[in-house]
Design a protein around this ligand. Structure first.
Ligand SMILES: Cc1cc2nc3c(=O)[nH]c(=O)nc-3n(C[C@H](O)[C@H](O)[C@H](O)COP(=O)(O)O)c2cc1C
Length: 198
């Protein structure tokens, strides 16, 4: 069982980093192979260049795919499950992760496929885990939770995953009131991943 975590947080002092460590610990205990694309630590280039836009904007699949993007494709092809882990910033993922989708979802690979070109595999399980300062009740009542879910699950994960799920770990402004619940939610999620993927 292989898991890829696409992770975006700049600080090891963060709660989101603690969640990353928790995910790694569970996966290691299950003897799963885990790979982390740590976007900040890897200084992942999130901005699309004008040269790349030539390829994307005009669907010119004869142009080359950048090396760092090709490396992300290799990780996707080798995994059974991708977890996107990030803090909610202004009701979405941090810009560096948005840039991952902008660039890694290259035309011909993740959409606009053409015969003869490598095509993104159907990944078994796609999961979004985000930490949020606001409590889940607030995010649900305002429609922000649904909006994030629509964008992440229906569009970004889309039809590229057999099964999809989003876990919003809200209420982090009062962390001690939610920490245990979040732990339990993550443990339950891993039971589902194990049931479905192994
Ligand atoms: C730039 C910025 C924007 C944020 N925007 C939101 C937001 O729109 N909604 C929300 O619930 N929390 C928001 N937060 C709070 C973070 O989601 C929260 O700090 C994070 O989930 C957990 O903290 P961590 O940074 O220690 O991992 C924001 C935090 C920052 C730094």
């Amino acid at each position: 069982m292989n898991i890829l975590i696409v992770y975006s947080h700049p600080s090891k002092k963060s709660y989101t980093f603690q969640i990353l460590k928790q995910l790694e610990e569970i996966a290691i205990n299950k003897n799963w192979h885990i790979e982390v694309s740590d976007l900040y630590a890897n200084n992942f280039q999130s901005n699309m260049t004008a040269e790349e836009y030539e390829r994307e904007g005009f669907a010119d699949t004869a142009l080359p795919i950048p090396q760092d993007v090709a490396e992300e494709h290799k990780k996707i092809e080798n995994t059974d499950c991708i977890i996107f882990l990030y803090p909610v910033w202004w009701s979405d993922c941090p810009a560096i992760m948005k840039g991952w989708f902008d660039r890694v979802y290259a035309v011909g690979y993740a959409y606009g496929q053409k015969p003869g070109l490598p095509k993104m595999k159907m990944v078994k399980y796609g999961i979004t885990i985000c930490t949020a300062g606001h409590p889940n009740d607030f995010l649900n009542e305002t429609g922000i939770a649904q909006s994030m879910q629509t964008v992440m699950l229906d569009d970004r994960l889309g039809k590229r995953f057999e099964r999809k799920e989003m876990l919003i770990l809200g209420g982090t402004l009062e962390i001690e009131t939610v920490r245990q619940k979040h732990r339990e939610q993550i443990n339950e999620l891993f039971i589902k991943i194990a049931d479905y993927c192994s």
